[in-house]
Design a protein around this ligand. Sequence first.
Ligand code: 5GP
Ligand code: ZN
Length: 226
Amino acid sequence: MSANEILDRLSETLASRRNANPETSYTAKLLAGAPDSILKKIGEESAELIMAVKDGDRAQIAHESADLVYHLLTLLISCGMSLDDVARELALREGISGIAEKESRGVKIDADGCLFCRIVKGEIPSQRVYEDEEIYAFKDIHPIRPVHVLVIPKRHIASLADARETDRAVLGRILNVANRLAVENGSSDGFRLIINTGRVGQQEVRHLHAHILGGPTPVGPMLRSE
Ligand code: 5GP
Ligand code: ZN
């Protein structure tokens, strides 16, 4: 059986223990005392895994890792989450590779913090186009059309996939502001707004941003077909 199948089955079993009797089910007992009961176990199991690795005992490393995975899955269930949430996060990171690799593609990345957060703070210079208490807009450093402006929320949101219901207002404002800025900056006859998201969207900078692309001439076909 593959690791995936085992993890899926274990997740299902653990979720089904939610309504079990805490006196007869260890998982139900953990879930009843969540999160403290589970956090305590995760602390203990992590320490035991560290010891096993230091001892170089492979069987023990597998044993302690299994304990840790079991408690981690139980913790996720207690938070109303699942392995799918973790997989989604991992998939996003897959598209955002290491600093050296990004730099080789000419993308600036700051190891100490998010590039666009640093632009908002003024730590990295930018050509500001607009600013209010929650939005910042600036010219793209490598414009691909005569008008190429980035509109971002000042508060860090990694991507559209990471936006929450509570971000609804700022997301709506980004659209309104983008339209106004497009018109004011030389795209009164239309423009294209692009929000690259995650690995498939080939998002390079992990701070949500909308590209306003425009100018006097049409921007071209939407995407090349595969
Ligand atoms: P993405 O591919 O993530 O949608 O786009 C990121 C955009 O950010 C690219 O178009 C890139 O040119 C722009 N960019 C990257 N670093 C900087 C920077 O330091 N300053 C500015 N103004 N734009 C940047
Ligand atoms: Zn940021």
